[in-house]
Every structure is written in C-alpha cells, then in structure tokens.
Write a protein that binds this ligand. Structure first.
Ligand SMILES: N[C@@H](CCC(=O)N[C@@H](CS)C(=O)NCC(=O)O)C(=O)O
Length: 252
C-alpha cells in the first residue's frame, strides 16, 4: 500500500493521476494547520512541500520507502507499475527530459505567474509581465513539441511527462493564457481531460478539502499566507475556488 500525502493543487494532481489503478491511501496535508511543517512530515519531505509518498510495500521485503518531489514520485510509480515510462532508452529519455522541463520550467513559471497575477496583495507589473512572457514562451515550446509528435509529449505513448504537464495547463483559464493560440496544446489538453484516470485524479478528495480556510485564528491565517513562506499553491488553496478539470478552470 502506498501512502499519499496530498493536497489538491497541480503538483498534487500529477501524482493523484499516476496513482490511479495502484493501491494507495490518502493522508491529507492541510496547509491551514501547518501539516507540512510537522516533524513527522519533514522526515519524508524535508522541503516542507507536498506531494510525498511512502511505499509500505516497496518489494522484496524491503523497508518502506519514501519519496518527495512530484517528478521523482512519477518516475518511482512508473517503474513500480511498469507503465507510462517507455523501456527503450530513446523513449525513456524523451519522457524524462519533458518531465524535467515541466519540473524546472512550466510548473515554477506558471506558478509564479499565478502568484503575481492572481494572488499577490499588490499588482507588480514587472513581475506579472516577466512571468507571463515566460509562461507564454513555454506554452509555445509545448505546442511545438505536440505538433511534432502529433499526439503526446514523448511521441505516440501517453507518459508521466503528459501527467506532469496537464495539471499546470489546467490553470490556463484562471491565468488568462489564450489556449486558442496554441492549437496543439488545446487538442492534447482536450483529449487528456476526458481520460477517466485524469478526471478521478484531479477530483481526488474534493470534499475533504472543501472547507480548508478554517485557520484557528486570523493571525494564524496571515502568518501562513504571509509573503515569507507563501507559495502560489497555498494561495490557490486559500482561495478555495471550485476545481473543475472539465472546463480547465483551476487556480495555481
Ligand atoms: N517541486 C515540488 C513543488 C511542491 C510544491 O510547491 N508544493 C506546494 C503545493 S503545490 C506546497 O506543498 N506548499 C506548501 C507551502 O507553501 O508551505 C514538487 O513538484 O513536488
């Protein structure tokens, strides 16, 4: 059984999608009560971020194995299930390079754009313009790759690279990124959001997190959402808007 430390954000959904079909249980990470800073969580995720997993059945009588960083978790799950990561070297590295592109580029840049565009207490045009331009550039790169393959990021096969990128493209509407300008991204996004595992993964534990702004006090709330340790995901959490993969309306 895999224990999945989860909150409903793009980085959480990547792993939720990949876990579909595997035996797992969810341990919710409530940012509003500081679960990510608790010592027992820091033992498995020293960067105080979700997602993280513990595989209690790591195989061959091995001790439970924990993994943090969503990209590493996706590779771990793909190796375990022998799905979504091609075995041939070319396909494997085609997948891994686009996964790394998401982890180092699309996620952080779209995340920063979401932060400055949607949630920052003051609107800073320089920051908004910088991250918007970079996010748009990355959409263009994604579009060109999807045009080249005609199907998925790594070719004809759906892989963990697609799972990693999809939840970030879900943010396009809230971030007013004109997806119409990226027809291959739109085609790919439309196909992926109809996949049952994607629908289930991106809807995981909606009810559990429905009321997630219940901070003990306004002071606690402000301390958590203060600039010093504020991530855009946590602000999305705070905003508690409905998450709906079917219309691409989601925050990040
Ligand atoms: N690179 C990390 C990023 C994880 C991350 O930023 N998680 C956010 C939610 S999307 C988080 O746990 N934030 C908690 C906080 O801001 O204290 C990954 O991909 O796993």
């Amino acid at each position: 059984m895999i224990e999945f430390f989860y909150a409903p954000t793009p980085n959480g959904w990547k792993v939720a999608i990949a876990l579909e079909g595997l035996p797992y249980r969810v341990t919710p990470v409530f940012f509003n009560r500081g679960d990510q800073f608790k010592p027992e969580f820091l033992k498995i995720s020293p960067n105080n971020r979700m997602p993280a997993i513990i595989d209690h059945d790591a195989g061959d009588g091995q001790a439970p194995l924990s993994v943090f960083e969503s990209g590493a978790i996706l590779i771990y799950l793909a190796e375990k299930s022998k799905r979504f990561l091609p075995e041939d070297r070319a396909g494997r590295f085609q997948t891994i390079q686009w996964l790394m592109w998401q982890m180092g580029g699309l996620g952080p840049m779209a995340g920063q754009h979401g932060h400055f565009f949607l949630y920052a207490p003051e609107k800073i045009p320089y920051a908004i313009d910088r991250y918007r331009a970079e996010t748009m550039r990355l959409y263009k790169v994604l579009d060109a790759q999807l045009e080249k393959t005609g199907r998925y990021l790594a070719g004809d096969t759906y892989t963990i690279a697609d799972m990693a990128c999809f939840p970030w493209i879900m943010t396009h509407k809230a971030q007013t990124i004109p997806i119409e300008d990226f027809p291959n991204v739109k085609r790919w996004f439309t196909e992926l959001r109809a996949r049952p595992a994607v629908i289930r993964g991106t809807s995981l534990e909606k009810e559990t997190f429905a009321n997630r702004t219940d901070f003990a006090s306004e002071e606690d709330r402000r301390a958590f959402f203060g600039i010093s340790r504020k991530s855009s995901c946590a602000r999305a959490h705070d905003a508690a808007r409905p998450l709906s993969p079917n219309d691409g309306e989601v925050l990040a």
